[in-house]
Design a protein around this ligand. Sequence first.
Ligand SMILES: Nc1ncnc2c1ncn2[C@@H]1O[C@H](COP(=O)(O)OP(=O)(O)OP(=O)(O)O)[C@@H](O)[C@H]1O
Ligand SMILES: [Mg+2]
Length: 326
Amino acid sequence: MAQILEVKDLSLHYLTRFGQKIHAVTDVSFTMKQGEILGVAGESGCGKSTLVNGLMGLFIPPLYPTSGDVLVNGESLMNRSPKDIRENVLSQKVSMIPQGAFNALNPTRKIKDIAADVIAAHSGNKNINKQQVYARLRERFDLFGMETEHILNSYPIQLTAGERQRSVIGISTLLNPKVVIADEPTSALDVTTQKIVIKMIFDLLEKNIFSTMIFITHELPLLRHVAHNIGIMYAGEFVEYGTTIQVVHDPRHPYTRALMGAMLSADSEQKNRKPTTIEGAPPSLAKKIEGCRFAERCPSARPECRQKTQNLRTVGERLVRCDYAE
Ligand SMILES: Nc1ncnc2c1ncn2[C@@H]1O[C@H](COP(=O)(O)OP(=O)(O)OP(=O)(O)O)[C@@H](O)[C@H]1O
Ligand SMILES: [Mg+2]
């Protein structure tokens, strides 16, 4: 089957007010087929949200593409204006479910009017009939057993966090986008609400409203039940990429192992195991980094790791950015 998303050697940087470049994403490549779910995990600041913007072709200063390409259904998203991307790509081809619903919702508008604004901005048709948007919203919200009339006629502040996040998900998937990117969609929510939101995302997949998804999270264990493939990010790079079984059950990169060790405590099978912490912090992305980016924190680092740039190579059928991984 044809690739729905192709990411080729994508590098992205921020240009600060002082003229400094922050290399937030470096040489990320992967492809996705329709119906595939890719999980992306990594510590805070490793470039996950920056990658999301790149995957939508949305370059708003201070974010700039450095090199590489992103293609959706064979069509490149690079070198296009934010206006073109908003009108012809967002919501229709690629849609994002953001981390915090509050920031995504205009506090002065009712949910139904926010939806009408979003659809008008992203369908390329300013004269879209509001009644059509409302009808579609009602249908969608009813499908998910939501209190449709109450939610549509409320301002964001009048809703619970779960209702707000579910509204955002409903609105951002209203045009049945080809690829949905969920950027830590539950991290701002309590556990009960997290479950409701995850269930909605799975219902959307089950009902085939969209079928291809990138799910970004801090919580690697969550991905084992969700993703077909997983990419582990560290300091702007993919350090391991493979099937979920490979990456979660048999990690080969020392960073993936450390991340699993730090997180498995939430898993019932591992209840009695104490989580380990990963000492230190990721390197600054403002300078050129010599050698392996994880070397400073790696329990199995050798002296040569600090000099030698590490490239992805195949180890046990997955890609690992470490010359010494077995
Ligand atoms: N507007 C900006 N200007 C300069 N640097 C930025 C900007 N936004 C993010 N960065 C830097 O880019 C790097 C990647 O940040 P990003 O937000 O993509 O990480 P993340 O993996 O999404 O983190 P989190 O898990 O906390 O959401 C970080 O070093 C961050 O400080
Ligand atoms: Mg982020």
